[in-house]
Design a protein around this ligand. Sequence first.
Ligand code: SF4
Length: 183
Amino acid sequence: MERILVSACLMGRKVRYDGGAKTSGDALLAAWRHEGRLIPFCPEVEGGLPVPRPAAEIEGGAGGAAVLTGAARVLAADGSDVTPAFLAGAQAALAVARSFDIKIAILKQGSPSCGSLTIYDGTFRGRRMPGQGVTTALLESYGIAVFDEDHVAEAGARLRELTESAEPGELVKPAGVMDPGDR
Ligand code: SF4
């Protein structure tokens, strides 16, 4: 079965910086959960950060790729440098994904770890800008397709493509060749 990595907070786990969850009510996610297809994971907790914890943003809104190369840090609202925990969490997410041969992830939008389309701009003023979180940038660099909680249907389409390409192709009957039952 193709497994899907999913942000633990979307699955109702209270792992967010504020001690809460962001439980998704998506029916497809619920069906996949029932199938045992989902692997819930929180990079920040697995990277060693506590719950609750100060909010964190990537300085300058530089994006996860810049953090991975050492060009930007992840700073907490109290000014502390939490970059090592974010890097450790991203590596842990990648390790789990590779252990299950995962090709699809559904991660919470806007997070400095899990964001795929937007992140906060580093000023702690609630302003979003285009960009990716650290875990998303690492997973995508390894070819894992990352979707957010508002694009679960698109993740489903990707899953269908993967499932269909893994099935043996149907034999195509050459033109003019009749099946025994056709006679
Ligand atoms: S790091 Fe990801 S999984 Fe963990 S609380 Fe933040 S958005 Fe959710």
